[in-house]
Design a protein around this ligand. Structure first.
Ligand SMILES: Nc1nc2c(ncn2[C@@H]2O[C@H](COP(=O)(O)OP(=O)(O)OP(=O)(O)O)[C@@H](O)[C@H]2O)c(=O)[nH]1
Ligand SMILES: [Mg+2]
Length: 325
Protein backbone atom coordinates (compact mmCIF):
# COMPACT_ATOMS: atom_id res chain seq x y z
CA UNK A 1 0.00 0.00 0.00
CA UNK A 2 0.98 3.64 -0.26
CA UNK A 3 0.17 6.87 -2.06
CA UNK A 4 -0.35 6.96 -5.81
CA UNK A 5 2.96 7.34 -7.64
CA UNK A 6 5.05 6.22 -4.66
CA UNK A 7 6.46 3.33 -6.74
CA UNK A 8 4.58 0.18 -5.67
CA UNK A 9 3.95 -1.25 -9.12
CA UNK A 10 7.48 -0.31 -10.17
CA UNK A 11 9.09 -2.40 -7.46
CA UNK A 12 6.80 -5.32 -8.17
CA UNK A 13 7.75 -5.14 -11.83
CA UNK A 14 11.47 -5.19 -11.01
CA UNK A 15 11.48 -7.89 -8.40
CA UNK A 16 8.86 -10.29 -9.71
CA UNK A 17 8.73 -9.66 -13.46
CA UNK A 18 12.42 -9.09 -14.10
CA UNK A 19 11.84 -5.78 -15.86
CA UNK A 20 14.54 -3.09 -15.86
CA UNK A 21 14.07 0.10 -13.83
CA UNK A 22 13.85 2.21 -16.99
CA UNK A 23 10.67 0.42 -18.09
CA UNK A 24 8.72 1.62 -15.04
CA UNK A 25 8.34 5.13 -16.44
CA UNK A 26 5.64 3.72 -18.73
CA UNK A 27 3.49 2.35 -15.92
CA UNK A 28 0.02 3.83 -15.50
CA UNK A 29 -1.73 4.24 -12.16
CA UNK A 30 -3.03 0.99 -10.72
CA UNK A 31 -6.80 0.73 -10.77
CA UNK A 32 -8.18 -0.74 -7.54
CA UNK A 33 -6.22 -3.84 -6.49
CA UNK A 34 -4.01 -5.90 -8.79
CA UNK A 35 -3.64 -9.36 -7.35
CA UNK A 36 -0.67 -11.50 -8.30
CA UNK A 37 0.00 -15.06 -7.42
CA UNK A 38 3.74 -15.29 -7.55
CA UNK A 39 5.25 -18.74 -7.45
CA UNK A 40 8.13 -18.55 -5.06
CA UNK A 41 10.48 -21.35 -4.11
CA UNK A 42 8.52 -23.73 -6.26
CA UNK A 43 5.40 -24.55 -4.32
CA UNK A 44 5.10 -21.53 -2.10
CA UNK A 45 2.63 -19.06 -3.55
CA UNK A 46 3.03 -15.43 -2.65
CA UNK A 47 -0.31 -13.74 -2.92
CA UNK A 48 0.74 -10.18 -3.67
CA UNK A 49 -1.83 -7.37 -3.59
CA UNK A 50 -0.77 -4.15 -5.27
CA UNK A 51 -3.32 -1.61 -4.04
CA UNK A 52 -3.71 1.45 -6.25
CA UNK A 53 -3.00 4.50 -4.09
CA UNK A 54 -5.34 7.16 -5.50
CA UNK A 55 -7.50 8.72 -2.76
CA UNK A 56 -10.76 7.23 -4.03
CA UNK A 57 -9.29 3.71 -3.86
CA UNK A 58 -7.70 4.29 -0.46
CA UNK A 59 -11.01 5.57 0.93
CA UNK A 60 -12.77 2.50 -0.38
CA UNK A 61 -10.16 0.10 1.11
CA UNK A 62 -10.70 1.74 4.47
CA UNK A 63 -14.51 1.61 4.35
CA UNK A 64 -16.51 -0.76 2.15
CA UNK A 65 -13.62 -3.09 1.29
CA UNK A 66 -12.02 -2.98 4.72
CA UNK A 67 -12.55 -6.58 5.77
CA UNK A 68 -11.57 -7.93 2.34
CA UNK A 69 -8.37 -5.92 2.11
CA UNK A 70 -7.09 -6.39 5.65
CA UNK A 71 -8.17 -9.96 6.38
CA UNK A 72 -5.56 -12.76 6.31
CA UNK A 73 -2.62 -10.44 5.71
CA UNK A 74 0.84 -11.96 6.23
CA UNK A 75 2.84 -8.80 5.67
CA UNK A 76 1.82 -5.22 5.01
CA UNK A 77 4.34 -3.24 2.98
CA UNK A 78 3.61 0.46 3.06
CA UNK A 79 5.52 2.60 0.58
CA UNK A 80 6.25 6.28 1.25
CA UNK A 81 7.62 8.51 -1.49
CA UNK A 82 10.76 9.99 0.09
CA UNK A 83 10.17 13.26 -1.70
CA UNK A 84 6.46 13.58 -1.07
CA UNK A 85 5.02 16.97 -0.29
CA UNK A 86 2.03 15.36 1.38
CA UNK A 87 3.66 13.44 4.20
CA UNK A 88 0.92 14.36 6.67
CA UNK A 89 -1.77 12.97 4.40
CA UNK A 90 0.33 9.85 3.77
CA UNK A 91 0.77 9.34 7.48
CA UNK A 92 -2.95 9.74 8.07
CA UNK A 93 -3.76 7.03 5.52
CA UNK A 94 -0.98 4.89 6.94
CA UNK A 95 -2.39 5.16 10.48
CA UNK A 96 -5.86 4.21 9.20
CA UNK A 97 -4.41 1.20 7.38
CA UNK A 98 -2.49 0.20 10.49
CA UNK A 99 -5.67 0.39 12.58
CA UNK A 100 -7.50 -1.84 10.12
CA UNK A 101 -4.58 -4.24 10.01
CA UNK A 102 -4.39 -4.50 13.80
CA UNK A 103 -8.09 -5.27 13.83
CA UNK A 104 -8.22 -7.87 11.05
CA UNK A 105 -4.67 -9.32 10.94
CA UNK A 106 -2.99 -8.55 14.26
CA UNK A 107 -0.20 -11.03 13.56
CA UNK A 108 0.87 -9.39 10.30
CA UNK A 109 4.41 -8.03 9.98
CA UNK A 110 4.72 -4.38 8.94
CA UNK A 111 7.42 -3.15 6.58
CA UNK A 112 7.74 0.51 5.68
CA UNK A 113 9.71 1.54 2.64
CA UNK A 114 10.93 5.11 2.26
CA UNK A 115 11.18 4.85 -1.50
CA UNK A 116 12.84 6.86 -4.32
CA UNK A 117 15.86 7.54 -2.11
CA UNK A 118 17.84 8.24 -5.31
CA UNK A 119 15.99 11.56 -5.61
CA UNK A 120 16.92 12.70 -2.12
CA UNK A 121 19.65 15.33 -1.83
CA UNK A 122 22.68 14.59 0.34
CA UNK A 123 22.97 13.92 3.19
CA UNK A 124 20.53 11.07 2.61
CA UNK A 125 21.15 9.53 6.03
CA UNK A 126 19.84 12.58 7.87
CA UNK A 127 16.69 12.68 5.80
CA UNK A 128 16.15 8.93 6.18
CA UNK A 129 16.55 9.12 9.95
CA UNK A 130 14.01 11.93 10.09
CA UNK A 131 11.47 9.93 8.09
CA UNK A 132 12.15 6.87 10.15
CA UNK A 133 11.36 8.75 13.36
CA UNK A 134 8.21 10.15 11.81
CA UNK A 135 6.86 6.74 10.76
CA UNK A 136 7.94 5.17 14.02
CA UNK A 137 5.93 7.77 15.89
CA UNK A 138 2.91 7.18 13.69
CA UNK A 139 3.13 3.44 14.34
CA UNK A 140 2.70 3.66 18.12
CA UNK A 141 3.39 0.27 19.69
CA UNK A 142 3.28 -1.68 16.45
CA UNK A 143 6.53 -3.41 15.55
CA UNK A 144 7.82 -2.06 12.25
CA UNK A 145 10.84 -2.49 10.01
CA UNK A 146 11.89 0.47 7.89
CA UNK A 147 14.05 0.41 4.77
CA UNK A 148 15.23 3.18 2.47
CA UNK A 149 14.83 1.95 -1.10
CA UNK A 150 15.23 2.88 -4.74
CA UNK A 151 14.64 0.97 -7.95
CA UNK A 152 17.98 2.31 -9.20
CA UNK A 153 20.20 0.49 -6.72
CA UNK A 154 20.51 -2.67 -4.68
CA UNK A 155 18.56 -1.28 -1.71
CA UNK A 156 15.31 -2.72 -3.07
CA UNK A 157 16.73 -6.25 -2.96
CA UNK A 158 17.83 -5.87 0.63
CA UNK A 159 14.34 -4.81 1.67
CA UNK A 160 12.51 -7.48 -0.32
CA UNK A 161 14.89 -10.26 0.74
CA UNK A 162 14.11 -9.34 4.30
CA UNK A 163 10.36 -9.27 3.60
CA UNK A 164 10.19 -12.69 1.94
CA UNK A 165 12.52 -14.12 4.57
CA UNK A 166 9.80 -13.54 7.16
CA UNK A 167 7.37 -15.52 5.01
CA UNK A 168 9.47 -18.64 4.53
CA UNK A 169 8.65 -21.23 7.14
CA UNK A 170 11.73 -22.89 8.67
CA UNK A 171 14.24 -20.59 7.01
CA UNK A 172 16.49 -21.29 10.01
CA UNK A 173 16.81 -24.94 8.93
CA UNK A 174 18.13 -23.79 5.57
CA UNK A 175 20.69 -21.59 7.35
CA UNK A 176 21.89 -24.54 9.36
CA UNK A 177 22.39 -26.73 6.30
CA UNK A 178 24.16 -23.95 4.42
CA UNK A 179 26.63 -23.96 7.30
CA UNK A 180 27.28 -27.63 6.63
CA UNK A 181 27.89 -26.91 2.94
CA UNK A 182 30.21 -24.05 3.91
CA UNK A 183 32.24 -26.35 6.14
CA UNK A 184 32.43 -29.03 3.42
CA UNK A 185 33.73 -26.51 0.88
CA UNK A 186 36.02 -24.65 3.34
CA UNK A 187 33.97 -21.67 2.26
CA UNK A 188 33.85 -18.30 3.93
CA UNK A 189 30.19 -18.01 3.12
CA UNK A 190 27.36 -19.78 1.30
CA UNK A 191 24.27 -17.91 0.13
CA UNK A 192 20.98 -19.27 -1.18
CA UNK A 193 18.98 -17.23 -3.71
CA UNK A 194 15.46 -17.76 -5.04
CA UNK A 195 15.67 -18.53 -8.72
CA UNK A 196 13.29 -16.06 -10.38
CA UNK A 197 13.62 -13.06 -8.12
CA UNK A 198 17.21 -13.66 -7.00
CA UNK A 199 16.20 -12.57 -3.52
CA UNK A 200 18.35 -13.96 -0.71
CA UNK A 201 16.56 -16.74 1.13
CA UNK A 202 19.22 -17.82 3.58
CA UNK A 203 22.94 -17.49 4.29
CA UNK A 204 25.45 -19.61 6.15
CA UNK A 205 26.89 -16.85 8.34
CA UNK A 206 25.43 -16.35 11.77
CA UNK A 207 25.94 -12.61 11.47
CA UNK A 208 23.63 -12.58 8.47
CA UNK A 209 22.27 -9.15 7.73
CA UNK A 210 18.85 -10.65 7.14
CA UNK A 211 16.62 -10.51 10.18
CA UNK A 212 15.52 -14.00 11.20
CA UNK A 213 11.98 -12.76 11.62
CA UNK A 214 10.08 -9.53 11.83
CA UNK A 215 9.82 -9.80 15.58
CA UNK A 216 13.60 -9.60 15.95
CA UNK A 217 13.57 -6.16 14.44
CA UNK A 218 11.34 -4.68 17.05
CA UNK A 219 13.53 -2.02 18.54
CA UNK A 220 13.97 1.16 16.57
CA UNK A 221 17.74 0.87 16.83
CA UNK A 222 17.71 -2.37 14.85
CA UNK A 223 15.76 -0.85 12.01
CA UNK A 224 18.07 -0.90 9.10
CA UNK A 225 18.61 0.77 5.81
CA UNK A 226 21.03 -0.72 3.33
CA UNK A 227 22.31 2.33 1.57
CA UNK A 228 21.31 5.19 3.73
CA UNK A 229 22.81 4.31 7.06
CA UNK A 230 26.33 2.99 7.22
CA UNK A 231 27.43 -0.01 9.25
CA UNK A 232 31.15 -0.70 9.49
CA UNK A 233 32.40 -4.19 8.56
CA UNK A 234 32.48 -6.54 11.54
CA UNK A 235 35.86 -6.93 13.29
CA UNK A 236 35.01 -10.64 13.49
CA UNK A 237 35.17 -10.86 9.70
CA UNK A 238 38.82 -11.37 8.70
CA UNK A 239 38.01 -11.00 5.00
CA UNK A 240 36.27 -7.67 5.48
CA UNK A 241 33.34 -8.75 3.35
CA UNK A 242 31.20 -5.94 2.11
CA UNK A 243 28.07 -5.32 4.19
CA UNK A 244 25.99 -4.90 1.02
CA UNK A 245 27.29 -7.99 -0.76
CA UNK A 246 23.95 -9.86 -0.74
CA UNK A 247 21.81 -7.21 -2.32
CA UNK A 248 24.59 -6.17 -4.71
CA UNK A 249 24.82 -9.77 -5.94
CA UNK A 250 21.03 -9.97 -6.37
CA UNK A 251 20.99 -6.77 -8.36
CA UNK A 252 24.01 -7.63 -10.53
CA UNK A 253 22.85 -11.14 -11.35
CA UNK A 254 19.36 -9.89 -12.18
CA UNK A 255 20.88 -7.34 -14.56
CA UNK A 256 23.14 -10.01 -16.07
CA UNK A 257 20.18 -12.39 -16.51
CA UNK A 258 18.27 -9.63 -18.23
CA UNK A 259 21.20 -9.01 -20.61
CA UNK A 260 21.35 -12.75 -21.35
CA UNK A 261 17.65 -12.82 -22.18
CA UNK A 262 18.09 -9.92 -24.61
CA UNK A 263 20.47 -12.01 -26.70
CA UNK A 264 18.21 -15.06 -26.25
CA UNK A 265 20.59 -16.88 -23.97
CA UNK A 266 19.77 -18.43 -20.65
CA UNK A 267 21.77 -17.84 -17.50
CA UNK A 268 23.03 -21.10 -15.98
CA UNK A 269 26.00 -20.57 -13.71
CA UNK A 270 28.93 -18.33 -12.95
CA UNK A 271 32.49 -18.81 -11.76
CA UNK A 272 34.68 -16.00 -10.51
CA UNK A 273 38.38 -16.58 -9.94
CA UNK A 274 39.86 -13.49 -8.35
CA UNK A 275 43.32 -13.01 -6.85
CA UNK A 276 42.02 -13.18 -3.29
CA UNK A 277 38.85 -15.28 -3.52
CA UNK A 278 36.82 -17.66 -5.65
CA UNK A 279 33.05 -17.61 -6.06
CA UNK A 280 30.85 -20.24 -7.67
CA UNK A 281 27.19 -19.55 -8.42
CA UNK A 282 25.23 -22.59 -9.52
CA UNK A 283 21.79 -24.16 -9.40
CA UNK A 284 21.03 -25.76 -6.07
CA UNK A 285 17.44 -26.93 -6.49
CA UNK A 286 14.81 -26.38 -9.16
CA UNK A 287 13.98 -23.05 -7.54
CA UNK A 288 17.18 -21.88 -5.97
CA UNK A 289 20.72 -20.86 -6.78
CA UNK A 290 23.62 -21.18 -4.40
CA UNK A 291 26.72 -19.04 -4.21
CA UNK A 292 29.83 -20.39 -2.52
CA UNK A 293 32.56 -17.90 -1.65
CA UNK A 294 35.99 -19.30 -0.81
CA UNK A 295 39.10 -17.39 0.29
CA UNK A 296 41.39 -20.42 0.58
CA UNK A 297 43.48 -20.47 -2.65
CA UNK A 298 44.05 -24.23 -2.43
CA UNK A 299 40.37 -25.05 -2.98
CA UNK A 300 39.56 -25.91 -6.61
CA UNK A 301 36.31 -24.72 -8.16
CA UNK A 302 35.67 -28.24 -9.47
CA UNK A 303 35.58 -29.43 -5.85
CA UNK A 304 33.07 -26.72 -4.97
CA UNK A 305 30.88 -27.74 -7.89
CA UNK A 306 31.07 -31.37 -6.84
CA UNK A 307 29.97 -30.46 -3.31
CA UNK A 308 27.07 -28.43 -4.66
CA UNK A 309 26.01 -31.35 -6.81
CA UNK A 310 26.15 -33.68 -3.82
CA UNK A 311 24.11 -31.30 -1.66
CA UNK A 312 21.32 -30.92 -4.22
CA UNK A 313 19.18 -33.85 -3.13
CA UNK A 314 19.26 -32.80 0.52
CA UNK A 315 18.23 -29.26 -0.35
CA UNK A 316 15.35 -30.45 -2.54
CA UNK A 317 14.13 -32.40 0.50
CA UNK A 318 14.62 -29.47 2.88
CA UNK A 319 12.80 -27.16 0.56
CA UNK A 320 9.89 -29.57 0.38
CA UNK A 321 9.83 -29.67 4.20
CA UNK A 322 10.28 -25.98 4.68
CA UNK A 323 7.28 -25.09 2.58
CA UNK A 324 5.18 -27.81 4.08
CA UNK A 325 4.59 -30.06 1.09
N1 LIG B 1 13.41 8.24 -9.16
C1 LIG B 1 12.67 7.17 -8.89
N2 LIG B 1 11.50 6.98 -9.52
C2 LIG B 1 10.79 5.87 -9.22
C3 LIG B 1 11.24 4.91 -8.27
N3 LIG B 1 10.31 3.91 -8.19
C4 LIG B 1 9.33 4.25 -9.05
N4 LIG B 1 9.60 5.42 -9.68
C5 LIG B 1 8.77 6.11 -10.68
O1 LIG B 1 7.56 6.52 -10.05
C6 LIG B 1 6.51 6.53 -10.97
C7 LIG B 1 5.24 5.92 -10.40
O2 LIG B 1 5.46 4.57 -10.10
P1 LIG B 1 4.31 3.48 -9.93
O3 LIG B 1 5.02 2.22 -9.59
O4 LIG B 1 3.38 3.46 -11.09
O5 LIG B 1 3.51 4.04 -8.66
P2 LIG B 1 2.37 3.31 -7.85
O6 LIG B 1 2.74 3.42 -6.40
O7 LIG B 1 2.13 1.94 -8.36
O8 LIG B 1 1.10 4.25 -8.12
P3 LIG B 1 -0.47 3.83 -8.11
O9 LIG B 1 -0.61 2.61 -8.94
O10 LIG B 1 -1.22 4.99 -8.67
O11 LIG B 1 -0.84 3.62 -6.68
C8 LIG B 1 7.02 5.82 -12.23
O12 LIG B 1 7.25 6.78 -13.23
C9 LIG B 1 8.34 5.20 -11.80
O13 LIG B 1 9.31 5.17 -12.84
C10 LIG B 1 12.52 5.14 -7.62
O14 LIG B 1 13.01 4.36 -6.80
N5 LIG B 1 13.17 6.29 -7.97
MG1 LIG C 1 0.57 1.07 -9.23
Amino acid sequence: MGASGSGKTSMRSLIFSNNPASSTARLGATIDVEQNHVRFLGDLILNLWDCGGQDAFMDSYLTTQRSTIFQHVGVMIYVFDAETREMNKDLEYYRDCLDSLTQYSPEAAVFLLVHKMDLVQEPKTTMFEKKREEVQKASGDVIITVFGTSIYDESLYRAWSSIVHTLIPNAAVLNKHLNIVAAACSATEVILFERTTFLVIATSTASSSLPASASTTSSPSSISSPTYTSSPPSPLDPHQMHPKRYERTSELIKAFKWSCSRVREEFHSLELDMYDFTAVLDEMTRNTYVMVVVHDPTIETAAIRLNIRMARKKFEELQGDSIGT
